[in-house]
Design a protein around this ligand. Structure first.
Ligand code: 6GU
Length: 215
């Protein structure tokens, strides 16, 4: 699967792509990234990506031509979706992550919060928000969506647990997560001993199962 990202801050993706399972999955060629600097598609001397708002008002508006040209520069795959990240979009959830993970490609347009020329609507498939709060731009939202989508692609996880169980637990009210512990058995802070529940050390698999089901 390919993730294309259109942004005026491409370096925000540097460390994101260079760590952990994202990096491993890129190395394994399970996923692929194309970070596009919208500024590269400006034609004027000052590489202008925004301008004042028609009708007046505060804040700058992202110009449509550089974004349109950046979109045009992407050689689109068959199952592809163009997503505009905006706090005014439809709220992202696990079911959407699941649907997106079946595509060949996602194309993210990272708008700055102040605004983007409304004619962008003619060139995108969906508007998505990651929650009821305002970010200055879509870059971190794109990273949130990418992180939730890529891990659903077969081979990207050490397949730790059933993804179906995980989706069920998050979309229903039941919680499949149980408290987990690792060494040391007793963690001392000052005179306080923080202990691992005895049942988990008992080796009694039936009891452990019951404990996990009820916590
Ligand atoms: Cl996708 N963009 C911005 N700018 N703010 C947000 C958001 C997106 N989702 C929640 N807040």
């Amino acid at each position: 699967m390919k993730f294309n990202i259109l942004t005026i801050f491409p370096r925000l993706f540097d460390s994101f792509l260079q760590e952990s399972l994202i990096k491993k999955s890129i190395d394994k060629k399970l996923i692929d990234f194309n970070v596009v600097n919208i500024r590269d598609f400006t034609v004027d001397k000052h590489k202008t990506v925004d301008d004042t708002s028609y009708g007046g008002g505060p804040g700058m508006v992202m110009k449509i031509e550089p974004i349109y040209k950046a979109l045009k520069s992407i050689k689109k795959k068959k199952k592809s979706k163009i997503i505009l990240l905006t706090p005014a979009g439809k709220q992202f959830n696990q079911n959407m992550a699941q649907e997106f993970s079946k595509l060949d490609e996602l194309i993210f347009v990272c708008g700055r919060y102040e605004g983007i020329d409304a004619r962008i609507d003619n060139f995108i498939d969906e508007k998505i928000s990651i929650g009821s709060y305002v970010l200055n731009g879509g870059e971190i939202a794109a990273q949130v969506i990418i992180e939730s989508v890529f891990r659903l692609i077969p081979g990207t996880l050490g397949n730790i647990k059933s993804l179906e169980e995980e989706t069920f637990s998050i979309t229903s009210n039941t919680n499949f997560e149980y408290p987990q512990y690792t060494r040391p058995e007793v963690f001392e802070v000052g005179n306080k001993k923080h202990k691992v529940p005895k049942i988990l050390l008992s080796g009694d698999h039936k009891k452990i199962k019951e404990y996990r089901a009820s916590h």
